[in-house]
Design a protein. Structure first.
Length: 280
C-alpha cells in the first residue's frame, strides 16, 4: 500500500465502527485521504457485520482497514458524549497528521424508540447528546484547525468541510421517533448556522436514504411495534424484504466525495445523498 501524501486531506469520521460510518471511512481511504475514525467499540472486537443484514458484509471491518492502511488511518475508541472525546479526537488528527480538513459527524442513535408520553426525559437527553451536542463539542475543537487548513490550503484553495449525516426524519415526523427527529432537525439548523458563522467552511447536512444497517434492524424489531404502530413498522419490513434498502457503501461514497470536495453552492443546505449537485 502506497503511503498517502502528506498533503492529502485529513478527515474525522464519527460513528465509524459499522454501517454508514465504516463505509465512509473505507471510501475516503480509497480516495487516498487520511482518516481519524472514532466510535466506542474496541478495535479488537470490531467486525464489519451488522445485525441487520441477511448475509455477512463483504466490506472490510475497521480492524482490517487499520491493518491495510497503517499510515492513513487512526482509530480513537471513545464514547462521543464523554466530555474529553472531542479533544481526544481532534488532538489525534493534529498529532498524527498535523492538520484537519473535514469533520463528518455520522454517529447517531434512534432511541428512545417510544411515543412522547412514554419516553423518559433522560433518554431524550442521551439522544440529543449523541446526535447533536457531541457534534457541537467537536465543532468547538475542530473549527480553529479547519479555518487554518482552509486559509493555508495547498490542496485546491477550497474551504474546509463540515458534513453532518442527517435524516429524512428531520423534516418528516414518524410515530415513536420524536427525540431522533427533533435532534436531526436541530442538527440541520446547526449546519445552517455554521454556514453563516464560518466563511472558511462549507457546511452540509446530508440525508443518506434508507440504509441496511443496525439502525434499520432496530426499526424492524418487534420492540418498535408499540411506538411506531404495526403499519409504520411494516413499511420498513417491506423495504427490507423487497431488497430496497441501500447498501452503506452507496451513501458512504457520496459522503466521502463531499468530505473531500464540497460544492460551495450547497453551503448550509440539507441535501439527499443522490442530489445531482453532489460531486461524482
Ligand atoms: P449504526 O449502524 O447503528 O451505526 C451508528 C454508529 O454510531 C456506530 O458506529 C456506533 O458505534 C456509533 N455510536 C453510537 N453511539 C455512540 C456513542 N455514544 N459514542 C460514539 N459512537 C457512537 O447506524 P447507521 O445507520 O450507520 O447510522 C449512521 C448515521 O446515519 C446516523 O447518524 C443515522 O441517524 C443516520 N441515518 C441512517 C439511516 C439508515 O437508514 N440507516 C437513515 C437516515 C439517517 P459504537 O456502537 O461502536 O459506539
Amino acid at each position: 500500500m502506497t503511503p498517502p501524501s502528506t498533503t492529502s486531506a485529513v478527515v474525522i469520521v464519527t460513528g465509524a465502527s459499522r454501517g454508514i460510518g465504516l463505509a465512509i471511512v473505507h471510501a475516503l481511504l480509497q480516495h487516498n485521504a487520511r482518516v481519524i475514525a472514532t466510535a466506542r467499540t474496541p478495535l479488537s472486537t470490531n467486525s464489519a457485520e451488522t445485525s441487520s443484514t441477511t448475509e455477512p458484509s463483504s466490506s472490510p471491518s475497521l480492524a482490517e482497514l487499520v491493518k491495510t492502511y497503517p499510515d492513513a488511518l487512526r482509530y480513537v475508541a471513545v464514547d462521543v458524549t464523554d466530555e474529553r472525546a472531542a479533544g481526544m479526537i481532534v488532538g489525534e488528527a493534529i498529532s498524527a497528521f498535523g492538520r484537519l480538513d473535514a469533520l463528518v459527524h455520522n454517529a447517531g442513535i434512534l432511541d428512545p424508540l417510544a411515543r412522547i408520553v412514554d419516553a423518559p426525559i433522560t433518554d431524550w437527553v442521551r439522544c440529543f447528546d449523541i446526535n447533536l451536542f457531541s457534534c457541537v463539542r467537536l465543532l468547538q475543537e475542530a473549527i480553529p484547525h479547519l479555518r487554518t487548513a482552509a486559509s493555508s490550503s495547498s490542496l485546491s484553495g477550497t474551504s474546509s468541510r463540515f458534513i453532518l449525516i442527517s435524516s429524512g426524519a428531520a423534516v418528516r415526523p414518524t410515530s415513536g421517533w420524536s427525540a431522533y427527529s427533533a435532534a436531526k432537525s436541530a442538527s440541520n439548523m446547526l449546519v445552517a448556522s455554521v454556514a453563516v458563522e464560518e466563511p472558511l467552511l462549507t457546511s452540509i447536512a446530508i440525508r443518506p436514504g434508507v440504509v441496511d444497517t443496525a439502525m434499520q434492524a432496530r426499526i424492524r424489531s418487534e420492540d418498535a411495534k408499540e411506538a411506531m404502530g404495526e403499519e409504520g413498522r411494516q413499511r420498513f419490513v417491506g423495504l427490507f424484504e423487497r431488497g430496497e434498502l441501500l447498501k452503506p457503501e452507496t451513501p458512504g461514497s457520496a459522503v466521502a466525495r463531499l468530505a473531500l470536495s464540497a460544492p460551495r453552492e450547497l453551503n448550509g443546505l440539507f441535501v439527499n445523498w443522490d442530489d445531482e449537485r453532489l460531486p461524482k
